[in-house]
Design a binder for this molecule. Sequence first.
Ligand SMILES: [Zn+2]
Length: 250
Amino acid sequence: MLESDLCITIWVKGGKSIYEVLNAGKDKAYHLKRLGDAVHLEFMSEGGKVAPMKIDIDLRMAARLNKNDGDARAYVLGNGRKTGHEYLYAYDSLTAKVLATHTDGKYNAVSTPDYLEHGLIDKERKIVVHHNHPNNAPPSISDVMSVSSYSGIDAAFIHGHDGSFYKIQPLQRGNIEKATKAMSKAAKIASRTSEFASLSDLEYAWLIGVSRVSALSKAGFIKLTSNVVMSENIKKMTELMTVAAIQSIK
Ligand SMILES: [Zn+2]
């Protein structure tokens, strides 16, 4: 298992992560020329042609955001493991300012404070929200829906107390709800087949939760980063749900 605090998010001007930029052109080879206030990257296409691309990266901001993610994880997991309750930590990824640290003292829910909600509905904002799941459950339907409906959310992190984590970033905000409904329908039909019949309700709910975000990612509706190992059952369910998600917008 990878530790989530080993993941570094580097922000490129224009709000894209360097990971997105690197994958956007399908170019496998690139050279890191210089590290400093700006990084120069050259991309080499598979045909052997070099397509240079200059990206300026604010490394100090990247370091601050990375520290925020570490602080957020320590806050929600540290407090969560002590009390068994859910905690929320939110920050603004454009300024690195911490916006909220909050708990309702409940083991299976944490609300969004009103003062944070104002920012979350503002599409000009890029807010990152972390929360913990004391029972290690994968992202819930409402976790996925909040990423879809809050236009000011840039990313949501869900941390299980067992060290599992999921990072969800919306890519096609307008289609996530439709796809999720279609996937739930497909999962319901699949639950009646012999393949999944031996699973308990809890196991099935867990399978659906992981497969939901995995399929949304495969279908291109969200970007998912996670350290959770995909079992054969998850792979099968992800396949079914991916087809349903893609068909939902045709
Ligand atoms: Zn949650």
